[in-house]
Design a protein. Structure first.
Length: 302
């Protein structure tokens, strides 16, 4: 016996004042409603309704059980409604794991707009360049910058593909001039990232010509991307970033694109989440928002 279903039938019989009227309201048959009541009474071990061919009356137990049934069914309905509304409306705490580049240097370009669009979502942002276990860490979604991802149990949505480019501040260029080809980079102060998976050299590929290997034996190496960015803005040398990371700085003229006809590499931006089935609205809108953000003019993949 489905006790909730039987409870609903009992409530409807009482409120409709009859079996036939209750069956009509429930879009079922008189015999079904009658059977559900009989099963409910058998399970409870009490008679809930005294009935004959003309009329019925609630027993004392029936009156007590009716009050309890209404309370229980209203609570179930409220819980169902709350779940439905939560599934439809993006709200609640969204736990995000992101690399330092996105969580610090690119934060200004996406967070204010996201919070303005979805004010009912509260963000808990963890910035770490290490790959974390989403499920064990309790994260709803992770953002990653990498080469093509290996197969995994996670759902991976590609947000964009970004060139890795060389940049320097106008002050640095004013003091040291512009390199005209990859070979001249060895004569400049090169700022290198030494974090997880960092290369010991740049492979700089001109639009025409063979790639040139440039050893990273410059004036600064750091495992903190924020320090590398600050040093670049301060005019201490030339560094490599994805175009997305420095696009705002290029637009404002705070950084200059060095060797614009050369390419170092390309990096994919991904959103990762544990499963696609029953995806929470807060996760869905965040992933969609980030994909939209990276499709914006000036950030299109190049």
């Amino acid at each position: 016996m489905d006790q909730l279903l039987a409870m609903r039938a009992f409530r409807c019989i009482v409120e409709a004042q009859g079996f036939s009227a209750a069956a009509e309201r429930l879009d079922t048959t008189h015999s079904t409603v009658s059977r559900q009541l009989q099963q409910l009474e058998a399970a409870l071990g009490v008679r809930l309704i005294n009935r004959n061919t003309r009329r019925f009356t609630l027993t004392a137990a029936g009156e007590q059980y009716y009050i309890a049934s209404v309370d229980i069914l209203e609570r179930v309905a409220a819980a169902d409604q709350a779940m439905a509304e939560q599934h439809q409306r993006p709200a609640g705490l969204l736990r995000i794991s992101a690399p330092l580049v996105i969580g610090t240097l690119e934060l200004r370009d996406w967070l204010p707009a996201f919070q303005k669009r979805y004010p009912e979502i509260q963000i808990e942002l963890s910035c770490n360049d290490q790959f974390v276990d989403l499920v064990a860490g309790g994260f709803d979604v992770a953002l990653r910058i990498s080469g093509p991802l290996a197969d995994s149990s996670l759902v991976a949505k590609e947000l964009t593909l970004s060139d890795v480019i060389l940049v320097a501040s106008p002050a640095y260029v004013a003091r040291h001039g512009l390199p005209r080809n990859p070979g001249q980079l060895a004569q400049h102060a090169l700022l290198a990232f030494s974090g997880n998976g960092a290369a010991a050299e740049w492979l700089v590929t001109p639009a025409r010509g063979a790639p040139v290997r440039v050893p990273l034996q410059g004036s600064l190496k750091t495992d903190a991307i924020t320090a590398l960015y600050a040093a670049t803005l301060a005019g201490t040398g030339i560094a490599a970033f994805t175009r997305h990371t420095v696009q705002s700085d290029l637009t404002r003229g705070e950084l200059l694109h060095i060797l614009p006809n050369c390419l170092l590499d390309r990096r994919y931006y991904y959103a990762l989440y544990p499963h696609a089935k029953h995806l929470a609205p807060k996760v869905r809108v965040f992933v969609d928002f980030m994909a939209e953000h990276y499709r914006a003019p000036g950030l299109a993949a190049r």
